[in-house]
Each structure stands twice: as structure tokens, then as C-alpha cells.
Design a protein around this ligand. Sequence first.
Ligand SMILES: *[C@@H]1O[C@H](CO)[C@@H](O)[C@H](O)[C@H]1NC(C)=O
Ligand SMILES: *[C@@H]1O[C@H](CO)[C@@H](O)[C@H](O)[C@H]1NC(C)=O
Length: 354
Amino acid sequence: MAAGRAGGAGAAMPRAAALLWLLLPALAALEPLSVGLAIGAASALTGFLSYPSFYCSYVECCPGEGQRLNASALRAQLAARLFGQHVARDVALRAAAGAARRRSPRKALVLSLHGWGGTGKNLLSQIVAEQLHPAGLRSRFVHLFVATLHFPHRHLVRLYQEQLQKWIQGNVSACPHSVFIFDEMDKLHPGLIDAIKPFLDYYEQVNGVSYNKAVFIFLSNAGANLINQVALDFWRSGRQREEIQLKDLESVLSVGVFNNKNSGLWHSSLIEKNLIDYFVPFLPLEHKHVKMCIRAEMLSRGHPVDEKVVEEVIEEMTFFPKEEKIYSDKGCKTVQAKLNFHWDAVMRDAKAES
Ligand SMILES: *[C@@H]1O[C@H](CO)[C@@H](O)[C@H](O)[C@H]1NC(C)=O
Ligand SMILES: *[C@@H]1O[C@H](CO)[C@@H](O)[C@H](O)[C@H]1NC(C)=O
């Protein structure tokens, strides 16, 4: 069916389609094949209707023209799931508010997320993506590229460039609100950065397609050491972490990221042309934030919070700097694995006893 007909829901529903709407739940109880057939029939029927709401409750649809990032929903999600990142949270909210204000944006929204591993960069991109596409990373309109996974070979850069451009073009044609997340941006070949660049720029259209409603999110460790240093300086001078403001970090980001040949070269061409709309810095996480991650992970798996286990997991993690041991080496990254390990051990013991 014609993709890209991203219209608002609630178009007039013909009688036949209304009938299908009544039948679908009944069919769902039967078997996947009949549901598939019904959805096929529905899609044939409604292809011209620009996605009525009943259809979109069974098949994921591209959000309509009026759809915007909802800042209050975003705020609630960030408060519940992203810990210890007041600066990143505020910048993300500002970006969402900005995107909501602009009825016809002049360029794609481009966020560049910086910080140590496990501090929440992936989580934040996921939360932002979910605002536009509730299925998040599973959505067919959300695309995650990991540099070392998807583009590992230098000698294939030409091929990757072509592929990537074709994908971005194809996906944005199908859904203007497509979200592209690039992880390990600092490991992405400069040739691929060049390939993405036209899509980020202030063009009305590129080859007949407008990219102004797309969202690009870049993740990297670039500048992380300098961000950590700022946090540590605040701590050592007895100031509150919450006093750290974007401006305290922006300066180190520009120096650290853009003048550092090892990690930052990729950025300079994007910076020079002002293609990045928001820099989002992630602070290193303290004990109390990692504990929040552990508790949240327990709850999300349907376990009650067990403070004894929280302490045990924390106990196994390492913290820096060597003397003060304030910040988690791996942020919250290993929390899931450590909890799995813990629960496996509990199961084993229970089996051994019985
Ligand atoms: C935004 O999200 C809030 C909280 O989830 C919700 O109450 C509100 O209706 C949403 N606004 C729009 C325009 O969707
Ligand atoms: C959309 O992107 C994916 C990669 O995430 C790719 O496999 C697919 O072919 C693209 N779709 C189009 C229509 O280009």
C-alpha cells in the first residue's frame, strides 16, 4: 500500500471497514493466519483512507502531520527512567519544546549525546523515539545503527555510504517522522558522516524528499573524560551535582570534542555547518544513581525491591577515581547482567536445597 500517506486519524470510515473493525478482535482470538488475512483486507480497503485509527491499532502507522514530541509526556518518562542526568533531561525537554513549537521545521532535529558508557545515552534516545513511535526500538520507523556492528569494514565504506543514503531516503519517504540513532558515532568512518550530512542540512528537499521532520540522534563517548572532570571538580569543591549547568559543560565539549583528533574529528564538519541542534551531556553516575537503576530493573522484571540484593550488586561494581570512588566505571551498564547472575545463583541454591 502507499506508504508515506501520513494522515490524521479519524477519517470517515466506510461501512465495510467498520464491520472489519468489529470482526478483528474476534479473529484475533482464532489464529494468526486469519488475522493476517483480515489485516490484509483492511489494508486493501483503507489504503486510500490515509490510515484510519482502527487500522493503526493493528498495524503500526507513521504519525500524522500534527504529531509532535509531547514535552510533558517526555518529562514524565525521563523522571521515571533516567537517573542522575538533570542536564541531559533539561536539554532533551528544551529540544522537545522547540520541536513542538515549530510547525514547519527548516531542518531535521539533530541531537548529539555525549558521555561515559552506561550513563543513559541509549535510554534517552529510546525514550525520545518512543515519544514519536510507541514501539520504540521495535518500531519500523526507528532505526538504530551501531558503527562497529553495521559498518565494521573500512574497505566497504563506499558500499555503506550508498546503502545508508538509500535507507534514509527510503525510510523518510515512507515516514517523514523517521528516527535514526547512530551509536558509537566516534567510531563511524568520516565517509559515512559525509553521507549523512545532506539529510541534516537546511534544505527544502533533497531529490524530492524533505527531511525536516526526521530526527537524528548521535551517541558517542567523545568528551566524556572532560565531562567527568567537571563533575569531579564540582564534587571536590563541595558543590552540589545539581548545580552543574549546561554552560559548565558546553565549553569543555567544544574544546574536548572538536579539537581532539582521536575522538572528535567526526564532529568538526557537523559543527562548522551548525548541523547539530542540541548537545546533550551525560554526567558520570554515583552510587545512589546506580542503586536507582538496580531498583528500577527489579521492578520492571516484576520482582519486589530487595535492598540486600541492591547492596550485593553495588558491592560488585567498581568506582572511580581510585581514592574517592565516587562514580561508577560502567554507569548502569552491567546492572542487568549482574542481576541475572544473582537470580541464577538464587535459583541454583534453591534447587540444590530441594
Ligand atoms: C501529552 O502528554 C500528557 C501526559 O502524558 C497528556 O496528558 C497530554 O494529553 C498529551 N498531549 C498531547 C497533545 O498529546
Ligand atoms: C529502512 O531502513 C532499514 C535499515 O534500518 C533498511 O533495512 C530498509 O531497507 C530501509 N527501508 C527503505 C524503504 O529504504
